[in-house]
Design a protein around this ligand. Structure first.
Ligand SMILES: Cc1cc2nc3c(=O)[nH]c(=O)nc-3n(C[C@H](O)[C@H](O)[C@H](O)COP(=O)(O)OP(=O)(O)OC[C@H]3O[C@@H](n4cnc5c(N)ncnc54)[C@H](O)[C@@H]3O)c2cc1C
Ligand SMILES: NC(=O)c1ccc[n+]([C@@H]2O[C@H](COP(=O)([O-])OP(=O)(O)OC[C@H]3O[C@@H](n4cnc5c(N)ncnc54)[C@H](OP(=O)(O)O)[C@@H]3O)[C@@H](O)[C@H]2O)c1
Ligand SMILES: *[C@@H]1O[C@H](CO)[C@@H](O)[C@H](O)[C@H]1NC(C)=O
Ligand SMILES: *[C@@H]1O[C@H](CO)[C@@H](O)[C@H](O)[C@H]1NC(C)=O
Ligand SMILES: *[C@@H]1O[C@H](CO)[C@@H](O)[C@H](O)[C@H]1NC(C)=O
Ligand SMILES: *[C@@H]1O[C@H](CO)[C@@H](O)[C@H](O)[C@H]1NC(C)=O
Ligand SMILES: *[C@@H]1O[C@H](CO)[C@@H](O)[C@H](O)[C@H]1NC(C)=O
Length: 557
């Protein structure tokens, strides 16, 4: 049953209403952009980057969209092409996703032939675009109601969850609708596919960002042409997603095994189809979505499968669902302490490994590391500080964006890099907040919405809720507050400065999600009241015990 349409109550998010645009100096309550922003770059053409590129165009910016893959769709560009092998152990985070390749003189072109630098052309091509981790039978783990882009639809009779191919077509449909496909004439000066951003820099004496770009093109089947060049922008939006770089735990002996048995030891990103494991004894490492979903996919095909699960409490609805989703007949084993040394005569089935409880096991044909991903952006060379671990927050001269690969930081809840808001980021899953987040960036860059001043941005970021608040799955208070905070701020600013009003997430879709989540996750995981209880309540009235200001970019959904 649908209840009444919610009213978005305009309440202040700490930005005092001022009747004029911030002009002159940065000591006023609002940020003042030094020069007018006209030409902007979007890095990444997944569901987030596409929405940003579209919204920025609609707001009058001259947009360039760069994507390392040969087409749009991001994570959903599912393909039988495999990414190049993951690193065992992880490469340093500065080069996590790839090692930037920048010639001394720019622009520059080079024609590669097979065997150059010991690489086949095919490997060179895949290293550049990093084929997506989505396997052939993967379906969404989110219902269609919250896995949808605005203005385009799934077929009316679609299922609750979607095949990856349906999402792929849906995202492509959005790109086509917004004129962002490579072969679209109006897109010719906008999109640049098969183009990897190698470096993003703002020279000391400049107010503009310089992007160093590298594009590959096939010349027939016998050569690949690489072009390098630079372009300048007033502002840059980074929409590269969280899954561009693998994580493999540095368990003793793993690198030796990976080198000795390269086709038998691999990351879940390289999994495509169960037929490749037919009749095998398989070991999966990990207890999250990739591990459990791959186990289901391979169950009817393998001879046996063991799953190595670390010993920790798994009581959250998310953890529990992952455990529940494992094929029923897996053999669950503890964490692995080490992989025993192997030599040229050891076969993979004879190779031994030791569990944390001291038991030694062997007899696996394939070992899949479903051990997750790291946030890596090698083009942000000047914004790394890998000595900072986890949530540690030392006082440093250059506010880092990438630290240990667990998250991005120094980014305000509006998406802007705090010290220089001409650089902005997307976070989390883009379906539910993507267009709002894009409007936040487009409107601040065009002077149609105001950002708090530098001090205030840091205060909000370092507030008591840092790292705990701005997180949570769709329907949780964290996600709700972020969503509402964006809507309220955008609408308040529109009231002052002009611009269209934005709307709530549609009520019917919330209800679909409630229905889905209670069946798929946990009974009473979320009810419609979780969404509606704040609909007519000003923020100042929200429960005191609950945290009500989004301060950090950490959303999970
Ligand atoms: C295996 C898997 C399954 C998933 N399943 C679901 C699901 O069921 N439901 C759901 O909601 N979410 C799912 N996700 C999360 C998924 O990330 C989001 O659905 C969504 O794709 C995020 O969109 P995005 O645009 O932020 O990032 P992405 O889709 O990852 O797009 C980022 C783009 O940036 C490009 N890029 C990166 N670096 C560069 C560079 N240097 N230069 C140029 N381009 C660059 C990449 O090539 C990519 O195209 C899944 C993720 C994984 C890994
Ligand atoms: N639509 C789908 O069906 C689908 C499929 C795959 C992925 N995804 C999405 O993709 C994202 C990434 O998921 P993911 O599963 O690839 O990564 P993930 O959620 O980061 O999980 C990584 C797993 O590796 C485990 N791990 C790390 N080191 C380990 C070690 N030394 N020994 C044993 N286990 C170890 C972790 O263990 P702990 O649990 O102990 O920390 C965790 O379970 C998620 O957003 C997910 O929703 C969706
Ligand atoms: C693309 O840019 C070129 C050079 O500025 C211009 O001549 C051309 O008309 C543009 N094409 C489109 C489709 O906008
Ligand atoms: C696991 O159980 C499923 C369902 O009963 C069955 O199809 C599959 O063959 C079994 N796999 C293994 C490895 O025992
Ligand atoms: C260690 O774990 C393995 C796999 O689960 C199990 O077979 C074995 O009995 C355990 N050993 C001890 C000493 O608990
Ligand atoms: C990185 O962080 C450390 C503190 O963990 C600090 O001492 C160092 O100066 C920082 N490096 C840079 C380049 O900012
Ligand atoms: C929904 O609200 C109830 C009651 O406040 C709370 O216990 C529950 O955790 C909420 N659900 C989510 C997903 O946050």
């Amino acid at each position: 049953m649908l209840s009444k349409v919610p009213v978005v109550v305009a309440f202040s998010v700490g930005l005092a209403a001022a009747a004029q645009l911030p002009l002159g100096g940065n000591d006023g309550p609002y940020h003042h952009f030094e020069s007018q922003i006209k030409r902007v770059a979007v890095i990444g053409a997944g569901p987030a980057g596409l929405q940003h590129a579209a919204v920025l165009r609609e707001n009058g910016f001259e947009v360039r969209l760069f994507e390392r893959a040969p087409g749009p769709r991001g994570n959903w560009l599912s393909t039988s092409e495999l990414p190049v092998s993951a690193d065992f152990p992880d490469r340093r985070i500065e080069d996590g996703a790839y090692v930037p390749d920048i010639p001394h003189k720019l622009p520059h072109s080079h024609v590669y032939h097979t065997g150059d630098d010991g690489l086949s052309l095919n490997v060179r091509w895949r290293e550049q675009w990093n084929p997506s981790p989505v396997w052939e039978h993967l379906t969404s783990n989110s219902p269609s109601s919250i896995t949808k882009l605005p203005e385009v639809d799934y077929p009316p009779d679609h299922t609750w969850t979607l095949s990856n191919q349906e999402i792929r077509r849906h995202v492509r449909q959005y790109a086509a609708y917004k004129g962002l496909l490579a072969d679209d004439e109006e897109a010719r000066n906008i999109t640049s596919y098969s183009t990897r951003v190698e470096r993003l820099q703002k020279p000391e004496d400049s107010s503009r960002w310089t992007l160093t770009l590298r594009r590959l093109r096939w010349h027939g089947a016998a050569a690949i042409c690489a072009d390098w060049w630079t372009e300048e922008f007033d502002a840059v939006l980074v929409a590269t997603g969280d899954y561009d770089s693998t994580h493999t735990p540095n368990i003793p002996g793993v690198p030796e095994w990976a080198e000795r048995f390269p086709t038998h030891v691999f990351h879940s990103r390289e999994y495509r189809h169960p037929s490749s494991l037919q009749g095998n004894d398989v070991l999966i490492i990990g207890a999250s979505v990739s591990a459990s979903e791959i186990s289901r996919d391979i169950a009817p095909h393998v001879r046996s499968f063991s799953v190595s699960v670390r010993d920790r409490e798994r009581s959250s609805a998310y953890d529990q669902r992952n455990i529940r989703r494992f094929a029923a007949n897996i053999t669950r084993i503890p964490e692995i302490r080490r992989f025993y040394p192997v030599d040229d005569s050891t076969s993979v089935r004879d190779a031994k490994l030791e569990l944390i409880n001291g038991t030694i096991i062997s007899g696996f044909d394939q070992i899949i590391f479903a051990t997750g991903f790291r946030r890596s952006n090698p083009f942000l060379a000047g914004f790394h500080n890998s000595t900072i671990k986890g949530d540690e927050n030392p006082d440093v001269d250059v506010a880092p964006i990438i630290t240990d690969g667990t998250h991005i930081r120094s980014v305000h809840w509006t998406g802007h890099y705090i010290p220089d808001p001409t650089l902005a980021f997307t976070a989390g899953r883009p379906w539910t907040v993507g267009t709002l987040a894009a409007l936040a960036v487009a409107r601040t860059w065009s002077g149609k919405a105001r950002l708090p001043n530098l001090q205030k941005r840091w205060e909000q970021y370092n507030g008591p809720q840092r790292n705990t608040f701005f997180s949570g799955l769709f329907g949780s208070l964290g996600h709700q507050a972020y969503h509402r905070q964006l809507i309220v701020w955008l609408n308040n600013e529109a009231l002052e400065l002009g611009g269209r009003l934005v709307d709530q997430f549609p009520l019917r879709k919330r209800e679909e999600f409630v229905y889905y989540a209670n069946l798929e996750w946990t009974e009473n995981y979320v009810t419609s009241a979780n969404f509606s209880r704040y609909d007519d309540t000003p923020r100042s009235e929200w429960g005191k015990e609950e945290k009500t200001l989004a301060t950090d970019l950490h959303i999970d959904w």
